[in-house]
Design a protein around this ligand. Structure first.
Ligand code: ADP
Ligand code: ADP
Length: 229
């Protein structure tokens, strides 16, 4: 359920320049993994390859042992949640935006779907905080509120793999902490979480991978990496 493996992955957006070189990365199911490193290192590229916005040049990416290049794109994307840096919401209600893809879902149906899912508390807190605003239109939300909606939307389908591509980079620390707590809960329910992040301040990931020029420079817990520095 959600184990991810990059096997000797090479990738370049064009023939002139390789972005990832022989990347090997094993992510056990239920791990919350942060990929950090300088801008341009290839963090977002890893996220995009996992969602198959692009295909690898050589090597393989496996989810639960299955080569994602051989999975129909629709089935793959049904299995993977992705939260981008700047979420664009529909000019519709918060409820609609969370339930996007669930045709005509009402607030009650969203709550029913959330029961048992990792996002239950998160959606409830959103609903509580926005009790008068559930019917409000998504375009009015602040950046932090939009990202909460995006995380709730991604988690509602209970994906084995969840990708956050700089999804919390622009948020205040309280919103960031709340989203991280929700992710921890999802990880306990065995969702594999891959976070690509510019800052090396992700202290609460199970594991951190430091990427430099498309190669893994370091890997370990936050404590182990600090000890080496
Ligand atoms: P990071 O997320 O670590 O900042 P990226 O994965 O976004 O790095 O980018 C890695 C490298 O790939 C950078 O040099 C960037 O300029 C280049 N790059 C990113 N997206 C594209 C693209 N669509 N076309 C060509 N080059 C790109
Ligand atoms: P569906 O239309 O069934 O939701 P998609 O393959 O279009 O399936 O998208 C799956 C998920 O990925 C959705 O949650 C969608 O918001 C998100 N998504 C699709 N395209 C992008 C994109 N270019 N950038 C970020 N997220 C995307």
């Amino acid at each position: 359920h959600g184990a991810v493996r990059f096997e000797n992955v090479d990738f370049g957006y064009d023939a002139e320049r390789q972005i990832l070189r022989g990347l090997d990365l094993d992510i056990p199911a239920g791990t919350k993994l942060a990929i950090v490193g300088p801008s341009g290192a290839g963090k977002s590229t890893i996220a995009r390859l996992l969602f198959r916005f692009y295909d690898v040049t050589s090597g393989r990416i496996l989810i639960d042992g299955q080569d994602i290049a051989k999975v129909k794109q629709d089935s793959l994307r049904a299995e993977i949640g992705i939260v981008p840096q700047d979420t664009v919401l529909f000019n519709d209600t918060i409820g609609y935006n969370i339930a996007y893809g669930r045709d005509g879902a009402s607030q009650a149906e969203i709550e029913a779907a959330a029961k048992g899912a990792a996002i239950h508390d998160f959606i409830m807190s959103l609903e509580h905080g926005y009790r008068t605003r559930v019917g409000e239109r998504g375009l009015k939300l602040s950046g932090g509120e939009k990202q909460r909606v995006a995380v709730a939307r991604a988690l509602l389908k209970d994906p084995p793999v969840l990708i956050l591509d700089e999804a919390t980079s622009a948020l205040d620390s309280r919103t960031e902490a709340e989203i991280q707590a929700t992710l921890d809960q999802a990880a306990r329910n065995r969702t594999t979480i891959v976070i690509a992040h510019r800052l090396s301040t992700i202290v609460d990931a199970d594991e951190i991978v430091v990427l430099e020029q498309g190669r893994i420079a370091e890997r370990g817990s936050h404590v182990a990496l600090i000890a080496k520095a």
